[in-house]
Design a protein around this ligand. Structure first.
Ligand code: HEC
Length: 185
């Protein structure tokens, strides 16, 4: 009896001391790093898209929404030794769909609650995911209602570049996608 209690106690301690097998110190370190990198990536993207909208309207800005535009993501990948991408269940770029069982599991958890981020261990690597919401009215100029939010010239350009576009019909503050950072060992 005493041994069983002791065992249960130890099990409880070891479960609460780590998240999915990652010890607290490592979790906190990689979570913080993931958060920094995605903030930098998001910030740069917003500045680039924002100034492109000012220069030539949303139609002109469409090409600035690709992560490869401007080379910033390549630099962040190099500096932080990771691979940055964005994934979504309704993706615009065909490369940005949910890739595997883990992407889909994270997606369904984040859809069901307001969770902001998570760190997982996949084989020997850490993968950090962070929620992306349509947090600004500007997002709707390219991801909102195609009839009322997206202007006709932008719509035309989106259709030309992304014939299989699924990424419209969002309202303000909808769950739009996930940052996905795969840290290299
Ligand atoms: C000027 C048009 C435009 C605006 C404004 C815009 N986006 Fe996008 N968005 C795009 C395009 C184009 C892509 C596809 C980029 C690519 O080729 O990878 C995209 C892709 C994405 C993706 C990657 C998944 C996918 O569908 O391919 C996410 C997530 C995303 N946008 C979120 C947002 C959010 C959040 C905002 C507002 C802060 C926003 N976008 C504003 C045009 C826009």
């Amino acid at each position: 009896m005493y041994r069983n209690l002791l065992f249960a106690g130890l099990l409880f301690l070891s479960l609460s001391a780590c998240k999915q097998g990652i010890d607290n110190e490592t979790y906190t370190k990689f979570q913080a790093r993931g958060n920094d990198v995605t903030n930098l990536a998001q910030g740069t993207l917003l500045v680039n898209v924002g100034s492109a909208i000012q220069q030539g309207g949303p139609k002109y800005a469409v090409e600035f929404c690709n992560l490869k535009a401007g080379g910033i993501i390549d630099s962040l990948n190099l500096i932080y030794n990771c691979t940055i991408s964005r994934v979504s269940d309704k993706n615009r770029n065909p490369e940005n769909g949910l890739k595997d069982k883990i992407d889909r599991a994270v997606w369904s958890t984040f859809s069901a609650n307001d969770q902001i981020d998570t760190l997982l261990q996949v084989k020997n690597n850490f993968v950090y995911y962070k929620r992306i919401n349509t947090a600004m009215p500007a997002c709707l100029k390219c991801h909102g209602n195609p009839d009322t939010d997206i202007n006709p010239t932008t719509r035309e350009k989106l259709q030309k570049l992304y014939p299989n576009d699924l990424a419209t019909g969002y309202k303000l503050n909808d769950f739009r996608g996930l940052w996905k950072l795969e840290f290299k060992p």
